[in-house]
Design a protein around this ligand. Structure first.
Ligand code: BES
Ligand code: MN
Ligand code: ZN
Length: 504
């Protein structure tokens, strides 16, 4: 994790300094001071540059100009409008990228936007947050460095008058970033390393020190309790399934009962999805290592909430299993009895996510009576056809919750879109021999999956399902989201909690 220091005075011996420039390269006040110290080197470089126009995401490196520093990095800030939180984050990300190219481990940042930031403390904190989120790479399994450049930057010193205020604003952001990184790590781990039991170990190791209580149900226990759906999914694997319940109590014991009712987050955790007996085609099957993305997000979210000591009671529940074909695997045609008592005819063993979620959702409602339940799952390929890789799909039994999710998503650049639910799609999953079947046919695949889940939502529970199949993994680099596991949902749900469920 990038270290961000906030200070009122320029650190001594800073080898690299970052300053800001606005429209057409107009230097900020601090940048002008640096320009003087270097005998006009900055203004000359800006003028001579053929690419730098002071636009957002542009940077100009001036090396060897003197003034006691090795490199001065000029960052463009002009977006044509007031900079949003996302813009400020991408500004921090741009600096980290430039530092990596320069093989530098840190810089001092003279925070003063040329266009006049309204709030310097907010600007500095957001800048540092964006820098931290960009500064991530998963290279646990590289034994040879491809090139010599440092993969990550170590420290930024942000120099501004309101240093104390910026530091305070940044403190929770750093915890959120740590949650995002935990999710990214989990999602990127290979499936021979991350399977239900090792997932449990990772979660315990990360969350127990933060005061999160963790309860684990073994296969035997789940079987005894009647969780036939998750058991059915795990049966074809030599790695037994697990259910993990994480309990974070951020409210005092004497808080009012209504406030203490928890918000529950449920994650699909298929550590590898071969499709089971309804085997997936070979090409791209490796991607199904990230079919535990929902569980990864719930784990990272719990880390963020507990890390920043959010004033909320939250439950995170993970339905962990590996979907494999073997002689003991569930067959197409089998009927499973879920924890709810409802029976499910399995017509396609590749529609396994909804099965593990069915038992986890029922269990968490039974045991904790949450006021709100939000599940996250890489549930359907169909949501990628509908929304691509930009938006997660929301399905809900409530009118307000989807609105709140969409707004929160806009705020943190994790976009979501409210999809419809209707009784026709519920009818589509009626079975001839059991209470329901686990597939609805070719049409509206994400919606029939949601209709299935809805049958496991109790009356009175406000519920939303986020289908994150298109957004849990990225094949392209974006400023604050490098390619690989994205950590999608941690920031979104943390923000939702802060805006709507946290005690003030
Ligand atoms: N994990 C997949 C969904 C998925 C597909 C996630 C592609 C990410 C990328 C899920 O378990 C699945 O296989 N769903 C099937 C459902 C179908 C059998 C009704 C699908 O989407 O094809
Ligand atoms: Mn599947
Ligand atoms: Zn799956």
């Amino acid at each position: 994790m990038l270290k961000a220091g906030f200070t009122g005075t320029m650190p001594k011996n800073a080898g690299v300094i970052a300053v800001f420039a606005g429209k057409k390269g107009a230097l900020s006040k601090n940048a002008k001071d640096m320009d003087k110290k270097t005998g006009g080197a900055l203004s000359r470089a800006v003028k001579a540059s053929t690419h730098f126009e002071g636009k957002l995401k542009q940077s100009l490196v001036v090396s060897g100009a003197g003034g006691g520093v090795d490199h001065i990095i000029v960052l463009g800030t002009a977006g044509g409008k007031k900079l949003s939180a996302t813009d400020l984050e991408s500004l921090g990300a741009t600096l980290v990228k430039a530092l990596k190219d320069l093989k530098q481990k840190g810089a001092a940042v003279l925070v003063d936007l040329p266009d006049g930031a309204e709030n310097a403390a907010e600007t500095a904190a957001r800048f540092a947050f964006g820098a931290a989120l960009h500064n991530y790479s998963f290279d646990l399994y590289r034994t040879k460095k491809k090139d010599e450049r440092p993969k990550t930057v170590e420290k930024l010193d942000l120099v501004l008058g309101e240093a104390a205020a910026a530091k305070k604003l940044y403190a929770p952001m750093e915890k959120i970033a740590a949650g995002v990184f935990f999710t990214r790590d989990l999602v990127s781990e290979p499936p021979n390393v991350l399977y239900p039991e090792s997932f449990v170990d990772r979660v315990k190791k990360e969350l127990t020190p933060l005061g999160v209580k963790i309860q684990v149900l073994t296969e035997k226990q789940m079987e005894k309790m009647g969780m036939g759906a998750i058991i059915g999914v795990g049966k074809g694997s030599v790695r037994p399934p697990r259910m993990v319940v994480m309990q974070y109590d951020g409210l005092p014991k004497n808080a009012p009962a209504a406030a203490k009712k928890p918000v529950a987050f449920v994650g699909k955790g298929i550590t590898f999805d071969t499709g089971g007996i309804s085997l997936k085609p070979g090409p791209g099957m490796d991607e199904m290592k990230w079919d535990m993305g929902g569980a990864g997000t719930v784990s990272g979210l719990m880390k963020a909430l507990a890390g920043r000591k959010a004033k909320i009671n939250a439950i995170g529940i993970l339905a962990l299993a590996e979907n494999m074909p073997d002689g003991n695997a569930t067959r197409p045609g089998d009927v499973l009895t879920s924890l709810s008592g409802q029976t499910i005819e399995v017509l396609n063993t590749d529609a396994e996510g909804r099965l593990v979620l069915a038992d986890a959702m029922w269990y968490v409602q039974d045991k904790f009576k949450p006021k709100v339940m939000i599940d996250l799952a890489t549930l359907t390929g169909a949501i990628i056809i509908a929304l691509g890789h930009e938006y997660a799909g929301i399905f809900s039994n409530d009118d307000d919750l989807p609105k709140h999710l969409m707004t929160a998503g806009e705020d943190v650049s994790e976009k979501t879109w409210h999809m419809p639910m209707c009784t026709a799609w519920d009818k589509a999953i009626d079975s001839d021999i059991a209470d329901m079947k686990n597939i609805g046919g070719r049409d509206a695949g994400s919606a029939t999956a949601a209709a299935f889940l809805k049958r496991f939502v109790k009356d009175g529970t406000v519920w939303a399902h986020l289908d994150i199949a298109g957004v849990a993994w990225s094949k392209k680099d974006r400023p604050t989201v490098p390619k690989g596991g994205t950590g999608f949902g941690v920031r979104l749900l943390d923000h939702l909690v802060a805006a709507h469920y946290e005690a003030k």
